[in-house]
Structures are given as structure tokens and as C-alpha cells.
Design a protein around this ligand. Sequence first.
Ligand code: 13P
Length: 277
Amino acid sequence: MLTNSKEMLEHARANRIALPAPDYIDLDSARTFVQVAEELRKPLLLSYPQVLDASFPLEEAAAIGRVLGERAAVPVALHLDHGMDVQFIERAIRLGFTSVMIDASNESFEENVKRTREVVKLAHSAGVTVEAEIGHVGQGENYIDLEDSETVYTTAAEAVAFAEQTEADCLAVSIGTVHGIYKNLEKPVLNFERLHELAENVKVPLVLHGGSGTGDENLSRCAAEGISKINIFTDFLTGAMERIRAYTPSDYMALKQAANQGMADILRYYYQIFSKR
Ligand code: 13P
């Protein structure tokens, strides 16, 4: 069934687990993610990032997400990942997204608050959950060390003020991950002290972006120590390619099947890692 993400995130927070939020890129990946959630009887945050709009338009993504979500035997939130502008977010809500992220984390604190409040107002009047980002999770391509990347760690004081002023339902925070691949590093060193401060002081569920390549131990700890949702994208592409290489499919249908199975294995694995103590 299609639901918003509020209850599933609050349940995850109360139980000190994290839910995976996988980004889908087409019908196959979306269907695969829903099937895994059904098989494991877990809720799913089926996520579509605005950046894909040029190659996989919002209308198509919404139709796919809605049909799969409505038919699913488990709660599915259809989530807009990294919504960049209010108009796009408004369209997503009209098309049936039940959960949206407004990412104004590159703006000043005041501008971030202003844009987030605008989205909260329109989303809440439609029963839609809102995620916003405070601090900034940078891109892996630029990652050498944190001094050189555009990553900005979230402080507890600004996260508390931001949550109060915006009334967002959950907050993406920055504690040392980046989106994509970590060049020159096997895995990042996360600031768990900062995570503890955030988890103790912020009243809403916390979200971690840039889950790929972060390492199982880091991610299990994040889930157990205060993160309620972890976004994953790159690892699904890597998992699909590894499966294709291992199985050397002889025709296109077999290739698609191998890719789907590769993605399914990654999601199964992360559900387990994120609920392990
Ligand atoms: P990764 O590609 O690093 O998993 O990041 C995904 C993400 O944070 C999407 O919002």
C-alpha cells in the first residue's frame, strides 16, 4: 500500500534501526526494490531523484511508483529525493508522491529555512512527509579529504534550530559521507560523536545520504546510534554490473535479469545491515 513516510521513519527511530531508501532509475529497478521489500515484509522508501528528470521524466517515474506502491503488500512511501525547487516538488505531490525532500542545503541557513517552510506548508496540506537537509553532503568526485570537498558537517545547534523553524518531518545531516564513490579512500571516517549530539538533541528522525561505499560497520553503527533512513544509489549500479560480469549473460533478457538480481541482493543485504546490532 502507498503511504507517506512519517510513521515508518518514526517507527525506525523508536526501534533504533534504519530503513534503506534506494533510488530507482527505471521500471525494473523499482519493481525489484518493491519485490525485495515484500519478500522481507519490510516498509520501503522508493526514491526518485529529481536529477534523473531529463532521462526518466517525473511523470513516468510517478506512474511507475504509484502503481507498484498501491499494489504492494507492504507500506511503500513514494519519495522524491533531492527535490531542488518548489515547482518541481509541487508537481511531484500532484502526481502522487507521498514524501518529498527539499534540498536547499547549498543556500544560507535563512534561505534554506525559507524554502523548506514553503515546501512544508504545501506538502503537509496534502498529507505528504518532508525531508530537508542541513549541513551539506558533497559529491564523491570532489572527494580527496573533507577539507577539500564541499562537505559541511551539520552542527547540533543549527539542526535543532532548523528543525524547530521549518517543522520538517526528518532531517538529512552531514557526518562524513559523500554521494558516490570515495576516491583515494577505502571507506570514510564518520563523526559518531556528532551523530550522538544530533540524535540526542534533534526531535525528528535523521537521514544519512551517500550510503554507498561507507562500509558495513559504519552503516550498522549509524542505524543503531541515531540514523533512521539511509539513502543508497551507486552500490545498486555496482551490484548490477558485478552480477552481469559474473554471469556473462548471452542475451538481453538474461542481462536484465542479472542486473535485477544484482540490485535485489544489495537491497536484501542493506536491510539486514541496517537492522543489525
Ligand atoms: P550514494 O550514491 O553514495 O549511495 O548516495 C545516494 C544518495 O544519497 C541519494 O540521495
